[in-house]
Write a protein that binds this ligand. Structure first.
Ligand SMILES: *[C@@H]1O[C@H](CO)[C@@H](O)[C@H](O)[C@H]1NC(C)=O
Ligand SMILES: *[C@@H]1O[C@H](CO)[C@@H](O)[C@H](O)[C@H]1NC(C)=O
Length: 492
């Protein structure tokens, strides 16, 4: 498998051909909002428009969240020509007008359907209606399609069956000529991490997330994504369950196509602040799409100061597009109330030769976690052979500069005319003006975190990590000058 992928990559380099869907979208993981986790079927025109306004007023659009994605329950059957009708009770102005309003706010519009006879909430599905539905989406001005997996009429069970079923919609979208980010929501069935990148910009690799950090649940029956018995990925998958499932497949994501770990639960109330920080940090570092899943109309200051952390978003939007990989997993730490006692160390390379490291404590008690440079740079050369092992590293804490909650509250309470000054005083990172790529090139301080120490050559990174929490660092080599050649894949 690895050899095949490697060969494809080399071939692509020689022919100058990009791999994947090549529609120019999702060169970094997509960011935005989706209503499902907080609101389910409770969708309406006013919800989408109020949320769009909130994305702008809260500054979230300008830290990068630019897709407004409507989930299930928006349609009202098909017309006599076989085209989907939008529900005019829920969307009185019609979908096209809603899209226009969203675009006017400088945002993009996402839509939902299912590769089945019905959607998951039993509305008309797009299976065997793909050409019609793609046309409707294009006519309405849709920029993104989340494409679900319910009621597929048994057309699954082998990778080829699922691939073919999802490819029909990709071809239909492509045929409209309107670029739409194509987001597969097939829960990781039929090994979607092995074929998703050929037809989509992202592919789910797990059953649905739920708002819990470690609690196992029978509805999320699979703990190992590579198990052939994982036929019902289900729902109620905890953050830890999803992290553990993606671990063997982190390298499948690349610019243009990403492992999708499902929408965020930050702000929905089931986790502690530390757990939400960890959830958000992992989704960023694993290069999952970052789709907020909370009700932004009631956005709290504490949630805002998690979701707006530019030093963490810069990890997600790093131009090299490489995920962190797990380099250590310990299962025997003190158990939490669900019997989980995991400690993990994750590491990954960043643009310009930096490195990101996450020390995760998913156990029941606080712990000191340590990782040597030899471990941190394991993937650049085993047993300490990586040149990075002999360098000195500065350590930057990516959460130390988290915005004060009182300032976030002021922004949320402010009148429109007072916002520009508040954003300026807050030194808000504005990716609309300065992209993450440009910001990283300039080493913008807001993207770097706060320096908290150094690691000597051959040394270790050690931190006290609270229970159900993590610490996340950017490592920068001191005086790298010439010793190690850094390949910045700038033109990706
Ligand atoms: C259609 O597919 C081709 C080939 O991958 C790609 O170059 C083009 O950008 C796609 N167009 C749209 C609208 O997705
Ligand atoms: C970001 O920059 C754009 C373009 O200059 C501006 O319209 C917008 O108000 C800025 N946003 C924030 C949050 O400062």
């Amino acid at each position: 498998m690895a050899a095949t992928l490697h060969f494809a990559f080399v071939l692509a380099l020689f022919t100058g051909q990009a791999i994947g869907v090549n529609n120019g979208l999702a060169r970094t993981p997509q960011m935005g909002w989706n209503n499902w986790n907080a609101l389910g079927c409770d969708v309406s025109e006013s919800l989408l428009l109020d949320t769009s306004k909130k994305l702008v007023d809260s500054g979230l659009r300008d830290v990068g969240y630019n897709y407004v994605v409507l989930d299930d329950c928006w349609s009202d059957g098909r017309d006599e020509n076989g085209f989907l009708k939008d529900d005019l009770k829920k969307f009185p102005s019609g979908m096209s007008a809603v899209a226009d309003e969203i675009h006017k706010e400088g945002l993009l519009f996402g839509m939902y359907s299912s590769a089945g006879e019905m959607t998951c909430a039993r509305y008309a599905g797009s299976l065997d209606w793909e050409a019609n539905d793609a046309k409707s989406f294009a006519n309405w001005g849709v920029d993104y399609l989340k494409y679900d997996n319910c009621y597929h009429m048994g057309r699954f069970g082998t990778p080829k069956l699922s691939f073919d079923r999802y490819k029909v919609m990709w071809d239909a979208i492509n045929g409209t000529g309107r670029p739409m980010l194509y987001s597969l929501c097939n829960w990781g069935e039929d090994y979607s991490h092995t074929w998703g990148m050929s037809i989509a910009n992202s592919w789910r690799m797990s059953g649905d997330i739920y708002d819990s950090f470690t609690r196992p649940d029978d509805l999320c029956s699979c703990t190992d994504a590579s198990s052939p018995f994982c036929v019902a990925p289900g729902s109620h998958c905890s953050v830890l369950n999803i992290i553990n499932k993606v671990a063997p497949y982190v390298d499948r994501g690349q610019p243009g196509g990403w492992n999708d770990l499902d929408m965020l639960e930050v702000g929905n109330g089931g986790m502690t602040d530390e757990e939400y920080k960890a959830h958000f940090s992992f989704w960023a570092a694993l290069k999952s799409p970052l789709l907020m899943g909370n009700d932004l109309r009631t956005l709290s200051a504490s949630s805002l100061t998690i979701l707006n952390n530019p030093a963490v978003i810069a990890i997600s939007q790093d131009p090299d597009g490489r995920s962190v990989a797990r380099i250590r997993r310990e299962m025997n730490a003190a158990k939490d109330k669900y019997g989980v006692g995991e400690i993990q160390v994750w590491s990954g390379s960043l643009y310009g030769g930096d490195q990101v490291v996450i020390l995760l404590n998913a156990a029941g008690e606080d712990a000191r976690i340590s990782a040597s440079l030899e471990e941190i740079f394991l993937h650049d050369g085993p047993e300490g052979s990586a040149p990075q092992n002999n360098e000195e590293w500065e350590v930057y804490d990516l959460w130390a500069n988290r915005m004060e909650e009182s300032l976030a509250q002021k922004i949320l309470d402010a009148k429109a005319e007072d916002l520009p000054k508040l954003f300026k005083d807050a030194n808000w990172y504005n990716s609309t003006e300065l992209s993450y790529k440009e910001g990283l090139k300039k080493k913008d301080a807001r993207l770097m975190g706060k320096k908290v120490g150094t690691i000597k050559p051959g040394g270790s990174l050690t931190a006290k990590v609270k229970r159900h929490s993590m610490e996340m660092y950017r490592l920068k080599s001191v005086g790298l000058g010439g010793k190690r050649k850094v390949h910045a894949k700038e033109e990706l």
